[in-house]
Ligand binder design. Structure first.
Ligand code: MG
Length: 266
């Protein structure tokens, strides 16, 4: 045999052997893609930005991150506002009108955004960055479900079903989102349930605090075996990021997306 052909054949055989473990992982339902980064409350630790602002979403889009996370509240007049805490400058969002909430000014000078304003950014800016919408736990299960309904109706109105994913600490909100759209990607945040229980409810993934995975590292493999994705929140330090990459999570929610990208090796 020609020596060059023999060498090429040997190289190809070695490459196949090297790829074999990946194929096995796929057969077991494990994901083999690289870890996705989600900017927690948008990319806000940067000049001119602010948590849950238009700019923080734009900056996450500019980095081409997998996702940009926001928190949402439903006002008394049925408008979905974007903010982390239940109150801002003394205004309780859930108990106020949108007219009052829209006057609130963020630290970067923007007015507090509504969800439609951010959906508009997702719809009009050329970016693959998904919007990860956290439906905050409201004052009652009925309000949780109402918030879930309003959020999903807006996403449908903008035709962004594939560009949006959902998370919540409220099981009422999670289950409502799944009931409204069985194809929606919904993940529960509280970290107190094994993947199988959530899979039975139709949840697409789990999204838990890093300590939940330290206590139950087996949940990563269990979720993958069920075809569920795994997201960890919110880790900013190098050691935790490396630890969770090694554990095999699919997504990392972080306030430090640039550093996380360096650690992932892109
Ligand atoms: Mg959040």
């Amino acid at each position: 045999m020609n020596r060059q052909i023999f060498r090429k054949g040997l190289t190809a055989a070695l490459m196949l052997l090297a790829l074999a473990p990946l194929s096995m992982l796929s057969a077991q339902g494990r994901r083999t893609h690289e870890v996705g980064i989600i900017a927690h409350r948008g990319h806000w630790r940067t000049a001119g930005s602010s948590q849950n602002s238009r700019v923080s979403l734009q900056k996450a889009q500019d980095l081409n991150l997998f996702g940009s996370e926001i928190d949402v509240w439903l006002t008394t007049d049925g408008v979905v506002m974007v903010n982390h805490d239940n109150k801002y400058d003394g205004v309780v969002l859930e108990k106020s009108t949108s007219a009052v909430c829209c006057q609130l000014v963020l630290s970067n000078g923007e007015n507090m955004p509504t969800l439609p304003e951010l959906l508009e950014l997702i719809a009009t800016r050329p970016s693959g960055t998904k919007l990860i919408i956290e439906v905050k736990p409201h004052s009652s299960p009925e309000r949780d479900r109402a918030a879930a309904d309003s959020v999903m109706a807006l996403v449908r109105r903008y035709g962004l079903e594939r560009e949006v994913e959902y998370i919540s600490f409220s099981m009422h909100a999670c289950n409502r989102l799944v009931q409204n759209d069985a194809k929606a990607k919904v993940a529960y945040l509280k970290g107190d349930k094994a993947p199988a229980e959530l899979h039975a409810l139709g949840h697409a993934g789990i999204d838990y605090h890093v300590n939940a995975f330290r206590k139950h590292p087996e949940w990563v493999a269990e979720a993958h075996a069920l075809g569920m994705y795994v997201n960890v929140w919110t880790i900013d330090d190098d050691d935790s990021i490396r630890e969770m990459i090694n554990l095999g999570v699919d997504y990392i929610t972080t306030n430090e997306p640039v550093r996380t990208r360096e650690l992932i090796g892109r």
